[in-house]
Design a protein around this ligand. Structure first.
Ligand code: GLN
Length: 291
């Protein structure tokens, strides 16, 4: 057995050298994942690890030091108080995105059995968080990528979200609004009270400059074309008539995109344009109501 406090000094140094932003937090998570020792047991004054446990921790640390995100190493991550499977091929749920969930829940207050769609659903974190907080809702979660769709269906099962229906679909195809409506009330029926989306929105030229960890995430979930706005333009045009009158279209947007996305919604006839800030004080949600 080796005392943990001694190992911790060495391991913290390795993570710091590798440029890990929050080494103390990450080390604690990695030790727990490798050994089963939770935070309280790690902090006990006599905490110690066996050689097998040390080997297990060091194997994970070596992977983490290459830049692979902690979330992919753990295989699970929390979003809106729920657990989600994550791994290569699916975007990691971000705390910022909880702002979109909060906005959606505010808009749906007072609607008895709302119909909701989540476009570019990825892990399903938005769709599932909405569905679990609105047990009488019916949520359709649309996703194109094979890898992400696998996580989406597993996350629906993990969270026992029987009111989320996964739909494998390219949201930008011209026929897709009809497919989405068919999952809600029937093709051609404007049935949705809320459509949410956190689409790819990073400008292509900015992809290379993203953090090393983000480079492990699927570019398909990040690349918003040269302007970063392509998905907002297309989704707004294609799905505005899938909303009920009085229904809301709500997007997550990038740090500097609020103004441009508000304009897209206005140009498409949306009313009551609204924004909601995230914890970092960025306008993270932009939304409009179908009049
Ligand atoms: N928030 C993500 C990032 O900047 C981008 C997510 C997205 O494109 N929808 O890494």
């Amino acid at each position: 057995m080796v005392e943990l406090h001694r190992l911790r000094v060495k391991w913290m140094g390795e993570l710091e050298k590798a440029g890990v932003y929050a080494p103390a937090f990450e080390l604690c998570e990695i030790i727990e994942h490798a050994t089963g020792l939770d935070r309280a047991h790690q902090l006990a004054f006599d905490a110690a690890l066996t050689h097998a446990q040390i080997t297990a921790v060091e194997a994970l640390l070596a992977i983490r030091c290459t830049g692979k995100p902690l979330q992919y190493i753990l295989g699970k991550w929390e979003f809106y108080g729920l657990d989600f499977y994550v791994g290569e091929g699916v975007l990691i749920p971000r705390a910022d995105t909880e702002t979109l969930v909060e906005f959606g829940l505010e808009q749906l207050k007072g609607i008895a059995a709302p119909r909701v769609a989540d476009l570019c659903s990825g892990s399903g974190c938005i769709a599932i968080a909405l569905a679990k907080n609105l047990p009488a809702s019916q949520v359709t979660a649309a996703e194109l990528s094979d890898a992400a769709y696998g996580y989406l269906t597993r996350n629906i099962a993990l969270n026992e979200a029987g009111n989320v229906a996964p739909l494998k679909m390219d949201v930008l195809a011209e026929g897709s609004p009809r497919m989405l409506e068919a999952s809600g009330g029937g093709a051609g029926i404007a049935c949705f009270d809320l459509i949410v989306s956190n689409p790819p929105y990073v400008r292509t030229a900015e992809l290379q400059g993203l953090q090393r960890e983000v480079q492990y995430e699927p570019m398909m979930a990040l690349d918003g074309t040269a302007s970063g706005l392509y998905f907002y333009r297309e989704i707004t045009r294609l799905y505005k008539n899938s909303l009920k009158k009085g229904g809301w279209l709500a997007y997550e947007v990038g740090d500097d995109q609020s103004h441009d996305v508000q304009k897209i919604l206005q140009q498409n006839g949306f009313a009551n344009i609204a924004t909601k800030k995230d914890l970092g004080d960025f306008e993270r949600v932009v939304a409009g109501m179908r009049p």
